[in-house]
Design a protein around this ligand. Structure first.
Ligand SMILES: [Zn+2]
Length: 218
């Protein structure tokens, strides 16, 4: 497949993505309670779920400490919400994680340098354009040679995770994994389609980051 330069430079930069469950029902409600209703105790429950997802990655971890980096919010959005949900969930996950002592939370390492528009309704190319240059690494020395678990509440199309991973790798990170509490249902159905060989070429343009996404709970 021929790709434009924007799409080519953001080809999947993380090794594996894992999610605890599907973004629906109770899980969706719990994430909404935290994000939009500001019910902070929800972060504790979501953190334990994230910890389960991170546990899936544990066998692949090297000997060194693993940096856990929440996907940052732009400062305006953060001020508006009062917190970054990915950071609250990551903090709770570190307490709950079996590999907790090997994990090191890094919250000021990756920065969101500008606001981005909603990704809803955008094509994969438009999503990449939208995310281009939206993240920067504040202290490259902190990520150089490190193994990193990038964490977020929801994995939707993978565009955000891919752009964060690209920036982290460019700053010298050795490996980037992605762990989220939920993955969207649209993605789940596409993921299933991707397991059918004849759909692979057809769907690849939209879901090129998807093939490595795994879920702990169906
Ligand atoms: Zn493109």
């Amino acid at each position: 497949m021929i790709r434009c330069p924007v799409c080519r430079r953001v080809e999947r930069r993380f090794l594996r993505a894992v999610a605890y469950g599907s973004y629906d029902g109770g899980l969706r409600e719990l994430i909404h309670l935290l994000k939009y209703n500001g019910v902070r105790p929800a972060a504790g429950v979501l953190g334990r779920m994230l910890a389960e997802a991170i546990t899936r990655l544990e066998p692949d971890f090297g000997a060194d400490k693993i940096l856990v980096i929440p996907v940052p919010l732009y400062k305006g959005r953060r001020r508006q919400r009062g917190f970054n949900q990915a950071e609250l969930i990551a903090r709770a996950a570190l307490k709950a994680c079996t590999a907790g002592e090997r994990l090191l939370l890094a919250t000021d390492t990756l920065l969101r340098t500008r606001a981005t528009q909603s990704q809803i309704g955008l094509t994969s190319h438009q999503r990449r354009e939208n995310m281009r240059g939206a993240f920067a690494v504040a202290r490259a020395a902190e990520v150089t040679g490190r193994e990193i678990v990038l964490v977020d509440d929801v994995y939707t199309t993978g565009t955000t995770a891919t752009e964060c991973a690209r920036v982290l790798r460019k700053a010298g990170a050795a490996t980037v994994w992605v762990a989220t509490v939920a993955r969207t249902l649209k993605l789940a159905s596409k993921y299933e389609e991707l397991n059918v060989p004849e759909f692979q070429g057809l769907e690849a343009a939209e879901t090129d980051e998807v093939e490595s996404l795994e879920t702990v709970k169906a």
